[in-house]
Design a protein around this ligand. Sequence first.
Ligand SMILES: Cc1cc2nc3c(=O)[nH]c(=O)nc-3n(C[C@H](O)[C@H](O)[C@H](O)COP(=O)(O)OP(=O)(O)OC[C@H]3O[C@@H](n4cnc5c(N)ncnc54)[C@H](O)[C@@H]3O)c2cc1C
Length: 512
Amino acid sequence: MQPVRKELFCDIAIIGGGVGGCAAAIAAARRGRHVIIFEKGVSLGGLATNGYVPQIAGGIEGICLEFTKRLEAEGQLRKLYPDKDYYRNPSFEPEFGKIVLEEMVTQAGARIIYDSTCMDVEMDGPYIKKAFFYTKGGVVSVAADIFIDASGDADLAAMAGVPYEVGGVDFAGLNMSTTLGSRWSGANLKKYLAAEEAYKAEQLAKGVKNPHPLVYDLEEAAIQRGELVRHVCNKNTGFFRVIIPNTPEDNVDFVTFSFHSYFCRNTDCEDITRQVLEQRQLMKGFLKFLRTEVPGFENLRLVGTGSIPGVRDSRRIFGEYMLKAADIVCGNKFEDGIARFPEMLDTHHPTSSNLVFQRHIHMKNPSGTAITLKSGCRAEMHPFGVPEGVEARPSPRDYCEIPYRSLLPKKVDNLLVVGRCCSAEFHANGAMRIIGPAMGTGHAAAVAADVALKENLRPRELDGKLLRKILIEEEGVPLDKPCEGYWAELREQEGEFFVNYGDAIGIRPAGN
Ligand SMILES: Cc1cc2nc3c(=O)[nH]c(=O)nc-3n(C[C@H](O)[C@H](O)[C@H](O)COP(=O)(O)OP(=O)(O)OC[C@H]3O[C@@H](n4cnc5c(N)ncnc54)[C@H](O)[C@@H]3O)c2cc1C
């Protein structure tokens, strides 16, 4: 290694400035700790901002709720249901996401170091003594009492010798499909929606029972003509759009996660390069299609592509508890539950652009609130063999918790791991990797680190039940109450469950 040019010291060092790392930095600094957050890029937010994924999914609680409210106060949030007093999948301006996170982190008193890529560690038995960073000015080191790996890819944990897994065991170690986020400008949504309305009326008049959205049928026709490839769009709904706030209806900015690569190996730089090259070519072809074929998109421009690859999963550590897909499906709760998510499994299919998602698992004895309706798995869903047991999916009326033990890596004693790389099975990661729980785990890890330091304990010696109590009583995370807002409405909504086109569970209102 090159000589160390600068040595830094702190109580808690956080590697990675995504939403998980930011929540950790804010919470730890507010509890009076000397915190440094190291980020290899030059802005905060990770995938949520730099990856153009500015849509907050999952339960929005704790620091995530504060982030959401601050974006709203800045006029930079778009609510999916403007008339409701709750948030459900709100989108935000990604550039403001970076600014609001910088303000929250610095106002809390944490220090940010950009342009610093963690590249090595020095160990002292089971403890990380120092982490080393590649920077423009040479190697920088940090010595800390506790480290938090928020790199999304468990980079620090892997360097420190924590065992990990990559990809799905039922998919021969392949990762979920990846999607480079992209930002587009100049869509006349008003014109498109009018054209879609007319198309729908036309289809109904022809006797088509449930007409597709116009863009979906145009995409399918272009695919059949050989002018578009299947993995440019979502087979089920047409291309997926998230509208950026403050852009007028006749000149909309949106982001889309529609350009999938399959058979991905997300810790291999050559394969990541292949995916990104492929996805930018898909965007180029799709731009031409939209401009020439879809009403309202004639003046569309591609104005940004993600500056970090659209990796949904890579390394997942082996921790004191590996969250199971079955925990999510059955709605399991834990005595040391420190974050939660009332969401479906969202495995983006590793190999099939026809199916796009796998949102069920197979279980021999599903319990709890698991729903066991059949969708009739096709061979393509499980290319290496259909697992034993019945199909099981989580109930939209329930939620699952993430235990503190899933943040505690095996083998290393002064490390916590947060965000999309904590200890969870492949299909469980497909649910808990979203922004809400990523921030929830960051928040919880910071409180755990603070209390462990105060009590002179190793994080794994801290009582997870106590941590949960502190999160509820001191940090205002409502883990003791059922999920509110949108989720309360779902709980009360009457109707029959059915497996929808996206392989998830929907609720069909009575009489439909
Ligand atoms: C295409 C796509 C669509 C998605 N859609 C949604 C959605 O609609 N809603 C939703 O809630 N979630 C969505 N997600 C998931 C969600 O965006 C992420 O899983 C979540 O934001 C992860 O946050 P994180 O902080 O754990 O990791 P990341 O966002 O990956 O952040 C990690 C940070 O660490 C930095 N870093 C990495 N390695 C190092 C290193 N060695 N040294 C220093 N810094 C390092 C990175 O630059 C990055 O800033 C989507 C993800 C993808 C890929």
